[in-house]
Design a protein around this ligand. Sequence first.
Ligand code: SF4
Ligand code: SF4
Length: 176
Amino acid sequence: MKELLKSVTFSEILIGLKETLKHLFTPAVTVQYPYEKRELPSGYRGMLSLLRYSDGAEKCVGCDLCEAACPSRVITVVSAEMQGEPTKRYAKEYYMDMTRCIFCGLCVTACPVDALGMTKEYEWAVYDKRSLLLNKEQLLDIGDRSFPERDRPVQDQYHNVETFNIGRPQLPPKHC
Ligand code: SF4
Ligand code: SF4
């Protein structure tokens, strides 16, 4: 009898329509991307970048630790001595192949001088994946636009650095 009533009154269709009407008058939750964008959480792991100190100097000291820490072999660092200052090094060349990055953040954690930062940039879809092989200048540009507030130079933060970081010009020239 119950089944007969159901089929005569089309009650199941009415139940379905009730659900449809309920959703028709519920405010939409769809974000109209790219016109609207979600606010990202503070720990969001987006595009990587290289950072500078407030005087514009590059933070990276070319130690290669990020390259060693990266599980996906994204990073290639070519380090060199600062001219006339054999105790100081810098990244002469720095590359990231972002097609391989899994955004784990291990490179950022490994860096001893906080020279790497993960930005909130995520709109990096490209037609040619070769454009995701980023060089040092490109990574510094990303850092400049994402982290406008920069740390003071190390010698301003730790005044004994200059004492221990004295160049030794009397060192004999290197023979390769
Ligand atoms: S986030 Fe992870 S995968 Fe990407 S470069 Fe850093 S260490 Fe490598
Ligand atoms: S980014 Fe940091 S860990 Fe990587 S080479 Fe530069 S100083 Fe070393």
